[in-house]
Design a protein around this ligand. Sequence first.
Ligand SMILES: *[C@@H]1O[C@H](CO)[C@@H](O)[C@H](O)[C@H]1NC(C)=O
Ligand SMILES: *[C@@H]1O[C@H](CO)[C@@H](O)[C@H](O)[C@H]1NC(C)=O
Ligand SMILES: *[C@@H]1O[C@H](CO)[C@@H](O)[C@H](O)[C@H]1NC(C)=O
Ligand SMILES: *[C@@H]1O[C@H](CO)[C@@H](O)[C@H](O)[C@H]1NC(C)=O
Ligand SMILES: *[C@@H]1O[C@H](CO)[C@@H](O)[C@H](O)[C@H]1NC(C)=O
Ligand SMILES: *[C@@H]1O[C@H](CO)[C@@H](O)[C@H](O)[C@H]1NC(C)=O
Ligand SMILES: *[C@@H]1O[C@H](CO)[C@@H](O)[C@H](O)[C@H]1NC(C)=O
Length: 415
Amino acid sequence: MIFNQLQAAVLLLGLQATAGIAGSTANSISKRDPCVPLANGFEAIDDSPAINDALKACGNGGTIVLPADQFYSIRSPIDFTPCKNCDFQIEGQLIVARGQWDYWRYGFSNGSVPAFFHVPNVHGARIHSVTGKGVIDGNAIEYYTTRYDSGIGSTISFFEIKNSSSDITIENLVMKNVMHRFIRAQGNSTNLTFRNLTLTMEEQWGDYPRNQYDAAGIELGMVSGVSISDITMAFSSMKTRVTGPVGICIPFDVGAHNIDVRRVTCKGAWGGVLVSMGAIDYLTSLLREPVPPSLTADTIGNIYVSDLTFSGNLATGIMSYWFDGNTHNVTWDGVTVLDGTPAFENLCYLKSHSNTPFVPNCFANLEATVTDVWFKRFRGNGLVAPEKGSWDNPGKAGYNNKTVIRVGFEDWGSL
Ligand SMILES: *[C@@H]1O[C@H](CO)[C@@H](O)[C@H](O)[C@H]1NC(C)=O
Ligand SMILES: *[C@@H]1O[C@H](CO)[C@@H](O)[C@H](O)[C@H]1NC(C)=O
Ligand SMILES: *[C@@H]1O[C@H](CO)[C@@H](O)[C@H](O)[C@H]1NC(C)=O
Ligand SMILES: *[C@@H]1O[C@H](CO)[C@@H](O)[C@H](O)[C@H]1NC(C)=O
Ligand SMILES: *[C@@H]1O[C@H](CO)[C@@H](O)[C@H](O)[C@H]1NC(C)=O
Ligand SMILES: *[C@@H]1O[C@H](CO)[C@@H](O)[C@H](O)[C@H]1NC(C)=O
Ligand SMILES: *[C@@H]1O[C@H](CO)[C@@H](O)[C@H](O)[C@H]1NC(C)=O
């Protein structure tokens, strides 16, 4: 199917399809901006090198345009390192080539392949579609439907924003069927904007899925100053071996601060917009990126989520895996629950098929604080707020006396 599209593109383009960077040919005198890398037109030929050359040539303050009639085959990472205040316009389609899933997942696990779109220590990048036609197609249905693994690759993200990047905007794009996670931001990155995105996935869970964190929409680790708005996400699972939804639309992990989320629709997911410590690479993330002591005192905070529409398992709340930290000032305000549990809390949760590590120890030993957390204006069929104090601790079964949970519920009702 993709071959047909690509071949059609070749026919349409004729000889042009073999051109390199149209805007930066040898005879252009001084101004090579914008750079317009063209696709080769074959799934087997990697177009990432041409796109990377364009980023090197025009990334410093310039514009890179991937035109609307182009179909790019992605076989290796696109590296935004050369980008400084660059404008990266995706009007055509970027399609991940099939058949090399192991390259991505094992390469990501062993550190040799950073991500599909690698955004490390980048200051100023606008990655968007001007015409509204831009599509990123992760093409991973083949991977999901043939996958049989222990979940080792499930932490790979399509976009990885890290190492103190700042002023990164991703907007007006459609992204679909990526391997596991769409966008991850971490590593002290700041001033991030994710706006007007449609993120959809089909057929994930694979042949033998490992855990409900197997997919994610926009996941935020150690970041601050993040604006997320007008996002539509829909996940749908394969349901052959395991029924039920998978993935979390927006998980907030350790270090997420100053985040504003508005107008999000999340359908078919296991989790909606959740405080979810441990979601990013749950078993090893905390070991890989050392946690500064300041994060124990102030782990996740100043988060406001409004106008969320959810259908799936669990719309909001805290579903975290054992982190001795302090979560404060998190508000969900205006949540429509079409289907599923409106809000839930468990600081020792990790659903996993292959293993469920240490959960009993977690309840007995956790030292965590959750305060000033609010669930306001919830609407759903026959929705009634949990009893005042019903989540509060000490007193709640399970935890010891080293964990304090104080949350509030306000104005819940029927649709
Ligand atoms: C890391 O992964 C890449 C890509 O899958 C592979 O080619 C390479 O051999 C791996 N390296 C190690 C040390 O495992
Ligand atoms: C972060 O980026 C800086 C500047 O490019 C570089 O020196 C450093 O090695 C990077 N750190 C990591 C962990 O990649
Ligand atoms: C949102 O993005 C879509 C393309 O995904 C585009 O067609 C539409 O015009 C954008 N809307 C706004 C308000 O920018
Ligand atoms: C993030 O900032 C903290 C506190 O300043 C520091 O300890 C940590 O090394 C930084 N991490 C990265 C990936 O830059
Ligand atoms: C983040 O944005 C604010 C407001 O636009 C600006 O003042 C600040 O300098 C930015 N920070 C970085 C690190 O770019
Ligand atoms: C709580 O978080 C919001 C952002 O969600 C912020 O505007 C407000 O100042 C924070 N309140 C406190 C007391 O830090
Ligand atoms: C928690 O504290 C209460 C009141 O101080 C005490 O009655 C209870 O035994 C303690 N529970 C545990 C598990 O330490």
